[in-house]
Design a binder for this molecule. Structure first.
Ligand code: TYM
Length: 331
């Protein structure tokens, strides 16, 4: 692992699925790699989401996404944290990639199929979404991309785009690999039905009020076969136990799993134990976020600094690309 890039959309509050599936890994990687760990708030991607995009709210949401990431442990002094639109070379490279990418490769993307099926009029940007994602990654020649499982198909396409470009114009880009958090590749939502996702509205937000988090846990589904307090349950069929595997140490996991199987522990107590462990993780993040909110200029300065660093790298790659694709007097 030499250089890493990952991104997050500023389409709404960051949730524990983002945190466990992606941000937690970013923090660890940042410790190892320093400035070669690049993390990007992808505001141009957010424009493709007609439900969530609002030009009046985008600046605040972008700021909030940066703040939540820093509060979650990303240290902008060590790593490179920036906003996608501050490095316009991403969209330039993206255009070049679109000219080399068959439309059929894009229409078969499952995220495109799912999202476009819900829309009356499908913006072309939604189809091009993964091409811009490929540009985000390849412009830094990143070799590793820490993401949740839902991004694997986009990463496969990124590799194909790199391969095709290298074949046509000469060796330029590495074929980057996805890196999953093996413990939380796909965090289920609090409804117990679907993947935790901003668009489904089944999230626990990273910066959510503790009382609101407890209310969501209190009313969350458990093993459906466990109807009464005295019924034994199956932890492997219980959403709350799944969450324990993310937040509780092994001895607590064993105790609640054993208690569930023998009906020795009730669901409400199990949920209270989870809530306590969850707040041990989220509490300090929320405190840091409150502190950062008092110093918005520090977040702004960090993003400006990150954009400067990212842009220098992006411009180097773009020059190489402009030369290779045969532009007149490439700058
Ligand atoms: P986004 O904003 O939807 O999500 C950010 C990251 O969080 C992960 N994630 C999850 N992981 C586990 N369980 C979940 N329930 C869950 N929900 C979200 C996502 O997999 C992602 O890693 N297309 C990307 C943004 C992007 C990007 C990039 C990522 C744009 N350019 C370049 C990597 C590299 C997206 O929509 O992420």
């Amino acid at each position: 692992m030499k250089r890493v890039l990952s991104g997050i959309q500023p389409t709404g509050a960051i949730h524990i699925g983002n945190y466990l599936g992606a941000i937690k890994q970013w923090v660890e990687i940042g410790e190892q790699l320093g400035k070669d760990a690049l993390f990007c708030i992808v505001d141009y991607h957010a424009l493709t989401n007609p439900d969530a995009y609002d030009p009046k709210r985008l600046p605040q949401r972008t700021f909030e996404a940066a703040l939540a990431n820093i509060a979650a442990g990303l240290d902008p002094e060590k790593i490179t944290l920036f906003v996608q639109s501050h490095v316009p070379e991403h969209t330039e490279l993206s255009w070049i990639f679109t000219t080399q990418t068959p439309v059929g490769d894009l229409t078969r993307m499952t995220q495109y199929k799912d999202k476009s099926a819900k829309l009356k009029s499908v913006p072309a940007g939604l189809l091009m979404y993964p091409v811009l994602q490929a540009a985000d990654i390849l412009i830094y020649k990143a070799d590793t991309v820490p993401v949740g499982e839902d991004q694997l198909q986009h990463l496969e396409l990124t590799r194909e785009i790199a391969r095709r470009f290298n074949h046509t114009f000469g060796d330029t880009f590495p074929e980057p690999k996805a890196l999953l958090n093996p413990k939380a590749p796909r965090v289920p939502g609090i409804d117990g039905a679907a993947k935790m996702s901003k668009s489904v509205g089944n999230t626990i937000e990273l910066l959510e009020e503790p009382a609101s988090i407890w209310e969501k846990l209190r009313t969350a589904p458990t093993d459906p076969a466990r109807v009464r307090r005295n019924d034994p349950g199956d932890p492997d069929r219980c959403l709350i136990f799944k969450y324990h595997t993310y937040f509780s140490p092994p001895e607590v996991q064993e105790a609640v799993a054993g208690g569930c199987r023998t009906a020795g522990i009730g669901c409400v107590d199990c949920k209270k134990m989870l809530f306590d462990r969850m707040m041990e993780v989220l509490g300090p993040i929320q405190e840091r976020a409150a502190e950062l909110r008092r110093h918005p200029e520090a977040v702004e300065a960090a993003l400006e600094d990150g954009a400067g660093r990212a842009r220098a790298l992006a411009q180097e790659t773009m020059h190489e690309v402009r030369v290779k694709i045969g532009l007149y007097k490439p700058y």
